[in-house]
Design a protein around this ligand. Structure first.
Ligand SMILES: [Zn+2]
Length: 378
């Protein structure tokens, strides 16, 4: 195939795919030209890498503003919030979710640790074609609240790096977060998506604005922190070339849960971290409930209705029970109500203290040459 024809095919591909995504968003997935087009693609007239490379270049350049999968109507997200004198809650929750502190490293390998040649650093990258109004955007909110920046001191004190690593908050056109090409990326769309989920599941119609603004942001902040630590785990596994058996996604969830349980508030109270982890557990439960209750069995293509059993992530309801197990296991005495009220079945609960201790000890061994984790909680 000569270059001119190839170019035309690629342009057509981009056009057709763009329309396909637009149709997918509106639920009209049966347009007659879709099937033949994908058949052509499937027969190899255009290679995967050629097509993907070309499309991603156009998207990166901002020539193709595709806002489909990650797009949510964020009209209910008002930032900054209206002043609310009646409430003890404030928008800035940073003070009560301090990530903890770097520990002393007692009994670990301080003398043999690698040289610290780099730091994590945080950047923002708003999309030039962002559909979100600036004043109520995730970009503005995250910059002002310093949600991730507030964690840089902690993780740089805890982890020694062979080189600098960027942690970027950006518009990705997908509702996700990932460790890719040496960068941690947290997508703004994920923030909107979590708020959107919260609105679906916990919307209190008697005081919608207030509940949404305050509790919704606490919820979103907490879930984002968990995902942030989950992606950090992927980064550490990669950069330190850590041995992991089992699915790395599970290991990353365990690491994130562990760091969360180390979290203390300004008074050193450890309850806060466990409550945060319960909140993350409820996020996965809500996602599971939504996908189970609101989706007809015949709609497997709608993402929210999708149970990807083959995926490397555990399905949402498993992630929910795993996180509750780690909360309980980290402090059974103070979390007995999780079992007594039936949130965590006894069958799982009885092994959770051991599970948690194993996770804690294993990460300390894995990281002994690279990090000084916060002191153990008790
Ligand atoms: Zn992951």
């Amino acid at each position: 195939m000569n270059n001119t024809i190839l170019g035309l095919v690629l342009v057509a591909t981009v056009f057709l795919l763009g329309n396909y995504f637009a149709y997918a968003q509106t639920g009209e997935q049966n347009s007659p030209w879709i099937k033949p087009f994908f058949e052509d693609y499937a027969t190899g007239k255009v290679s995967d890498s050629q097509m993907l490379d070309y499309i991603s270049r156009l998207i990166r350049n901002g020539d193709v503003p595709v806002f489909t999968h990650g797009f949510h109507d964020n009209s209910a997200f008002i930032y900054p919030p209206e002043p609310d004198d009646d409430s003890d809650l404030t928008i800035n929750t940073i003070s009560w979710i301090d990530p903890g502190y770097a520990g002393t490293g007692d009994a670990y390998n301080v003398g043999n640790m690698i040289e610290d040649r780099g730091d994590f650093y945080h950047t923002y990258d708003e999309h030039p074609n962002s559909p979100y109004p600036k004043h109520s955007s995730a970009d503005t909110y995250l910059r002002d609240s310093k949600l991730f920046e507030s964690k840089m001191d902690f993780i740089n004190a805890a982890f020694r790096l062979p080189h600098d690593i960027e942690i970027s908050a950006e518009e990705c056109e997908v509702e996700n977060a990932f460790w890719r090409n040496g960068r941690i990326v947290i997508c703004y769309e994920l923030f909107y998506g979590i708020l959107n989920d919260y609105q679906h599941h916990n919307f209190d119609q008697s005081t919608p604005q207030r509940i949404y603004l305050h509790d919704g942001l606490d919820y979103a902040n907490t879930v984002l922190y968990f995902i942030f630590y989950h992606e950090l785990a992927h980064a550490l596994i990669d950069v330190y070339d850590l041995p992991i058996t089992g699915l790395e996604e599970n290991a990353a969830d365990q690491f994130a849960a562990l760091i969360m349980t180390y979290t203390v508030d300004e008074d050193g109270n450890q309850i806060v971290g466990r409550n945060m982890l319960k909140t993350v557990g409820s996020y996965y439960f809500d996602r599971h409930r939504y996908s189970t209750e609101n989706c007809p069995v015949s709609s497997p293509t709608i993402h929210a209705c999708f149970h990807p059993y083959w995926d490397t992530h555990a399905v949402d309801i498993q992630r929910h029970y795993n996180l509750l197990c780690y909360v309980y296991g980290s402090d059974p005495q103070n979390n007995q109500n999780l079992v007594d009220l039936g949130y965590l079945p006894q069958d799982r609960a009885r092994g959770c203290e051991h599970e948690y201790k194993r996770i804690d000890e294993s990460w300390r061994v894995l990281l002994k040459n690279y990090a000084i984790l916060p002191d153990r909680t008790s």
